[in-house]
Design a protein around this ligand. Structure first.
Ligand SMILES: Cc1ncc(COP(=O)(O)O)c(C=O)c1O
Ligand SMILES: [Zn+2]
Length: 369
C-alpha cells in the first residue's frame, strides 16, 4: 500500500508490514528497520529535520512544528574547550523527543490511524500529544504517578487524555499496551516502534553537518530506554555506510547512579541487561529499570569503543547549576550528560580527547530541582 515504507525486521526472520495494529513481532520480539546508508542531500532551504528527508524512511514532511536543527554551542567557563552542547530543549515541545514523535505521528496518519496511545515518563508523551494535535488525531498518554505537573499540564493542553498510573514506569507501559490491545489504537511507542529512531537519527545528521561534515570523536548521551543512543548510532552508521565518515564516534552512555541497569551490565561484561530496583532520582526522564532494547545499546557501546558511566544526584545538581551559570536552563534529566562530561574531564579521561558532543535534552521550564 505504501511502496516507500520499509517493512519491519525481527531477529526471528519475519518481516511484518507496518500497520495500525502492528507494534511487535508475532514471536513477541522487538521490531527494527533495515539498516540503510544515508542519502546525503540536505535541503538547504528547510530549517527543520526534514532537510534530511532523503535519509528518513517516513515520507511525512508535511507534518512539522519546525523540530530539529537545534543549536550546537560551546561549553566554555570551566575549560571544556572541545565540548559542544546540542541544545535539544530548543525543540518545539521542549525536548528531543519531538524528533521521534513527529515520525510516529506521521506514520500513524499514513497508515490511517485515528487514535494514538503512548506511555512516557513525560517528555515523549508531551511530544506525541503535540504532534497528534497538529495532525488532528486523538491521543491518550499514560504516565507514572509523580510525573512533573508542568508536563501533565502540557500534555492536557494539547488536548490529549492523560491516564496517571499508580505504579512504576514498567506498570505504565503495561497499562498502555492493555489499552492498545483493547481499542486497536496505534501504539506510538518510542521503545517498540523503530520508526521513532528515524527521527532521533537526525541528531547525528545535524551534528555531522554542524561540525563541517565531520564526525566528533565522542558522543556523550543519556539513556533510559536509549532512543537517542539508538538513533544517533543509526545516523553515524548510515553516514559510514555512505562513505561520508570513516569511523563511528565513541558512544559514552550516561545513567543516573540510582537507576543504572545498563551500567551494571556493562561493568559486569554481560550482553543482556538485568532489571534493577530503581531508587528515586531527580533524573526522572531516564529512570528505566529494564530497558527493552538494552542488549542493542550495549552492543553499540562496545562496537564504538565507548563506555557506560553513572552520575550521582549531587553531580547532576552541580551540572545543572553550572549550565544555568552559562545561560542554559535544563530540567534535571537534561543536566545528566553534562554531569558526565564534567566528571570525565576532571578525571582526564581519554573519552574527552577530540571533539565531544553532549545533548541538553529537556527544558528547565518543564521541571526543576
Ligand atoms: C530530558 C530527557 N533526557 C533523556 C531522556 C532519555 O531518553 P531515553 O529514555 O530514550 O533514553 C529522556 C526521556 O524521556 C528525557 O526526557
Ligand atoms: Zn519475530
Amino acid at each position: 500500500m505504501f511502496p516507500d515504507l520499509p517493512s519491519y525486521r525481527c531477529s526471528c526472520g519475519r518481516r511484518p508490514t507496518p500497520s495500525v495494529e502492528r507494534w511487535r513481532c508475532d514471536c513477541g520480539g522487538l521490531l527494527d528497520l533495515p539498516a540503510a546508508a544515508v542519502t546525503w542531500s540536505p535541503r538547504r532551504g528547510d530549517h527543520s529535520l526534514w532537510r534530511y528527508q532523503d535519509a528518513i524512511a517516513v515520507p511525512g514532511r508535511e507534518l512539522s512544528l519546525g523540530e530539529g536543527m537545534t543549536p550546537l554551542v560551546g561549553a566554555s567557563p570551566d575549560g571544556e574547550e572541545g565540548v559542544r552542547l546540542k541544545v535539544e530543549y530548543a525543540s518545539p515541545t521542549g525536548s528531543f523527543k519531538d524528533r521521534g514523535a513527529v515520525m510516529l505521528v506521521a506514520l500513524a496518519r499514513l497508515l490511517g490511524a485515528t487514535r494514538l496511545v503512548a506511555d512516557s515518563s513525560g517528555n515523549a508523551g508531551t511530544a506525541v500529544a503535540a504532534y497528534a494535535a497538529r495532525a488532528g488525531l486523538a491521543a491518550e498518554i499514560f504516565v507514572p504517578a509523580g510525573t512533573s505537573d508542568k508536563k501533565l499540564l502540557q500534555i492536557r493542553g494539547h488536548g490529549a487524555q492523560v491516564t496517571v498510573v499508580d505504579g512504576s514506569r514498567e506498570d505504565t507501559a503495561r497499562a498502555a499496551v492493555e489499552r492498545v490491545e483493547a481499542t486497536g489504537a496505534f501504539y506510538a511507542s518510542h521503545v517498540y516502534n523503530p520508526y521513532f529512531y528515524e527521527g532521533t537519527k537526525t541528531y547525528a545528521l545535524e551534528v555531522f553537518e554542524q561540525l563541517g561534515e565531520t564526525a566528533p570523536a565522542t558522543l556523550v548521551l543519556p539513556a533510559g530506554n536509549g532512543t537517542l543512543v539508538l538513533g544517533a548510532y543509526l545516523g553515524f552508521a548510515g553516514l559510514r555506510a555512505a562513505g561520508l565518515v570513516d569511523r563511528l564516534p565513541r558512544v559514552v552512555v550516561v545513567q543516573a547512579q540510582r537507576c543504572a541497569p545498563l551500567a551494571a551490565a556493562f561493568a559486569a561484561g554481560r550482553e543482556d541487561v538485568e532489571p534493577v530496583t530503581p531508587e528515586a532520582t531527580v533524573a526522572e526522564g531516564i529512570a528505566i529499570a529494564a530497558p527493552p532494547r538494552g542488549t542493542r545499546i550495549l552492543e553499540i557501546v562496545r562496537e564504538t569503543g565507548g563506555a557506560v558511566v553513572t552520575v550521582t544526584e549531587e553531580e547532576i545538581a552541580r551540572a545543572h547549576a553550572a549550565l544555568a551559570a552559562q545561560g542554559l536552563w535544563v530540567e534535571p534529566t537534561g543536566a545528566v550528560s553534562y554531569a558526565a562530561v564534567r566528571r570525565l574531564r576532571a578525571e582526564g579521561s581519554p573519552f574527552m580527547e577530540g571533539a565531544v558532543v553532549a545533548p541538553l535534552c529537556g527544558s528547565g521550564l518543564k521541571a526543576s530541582l
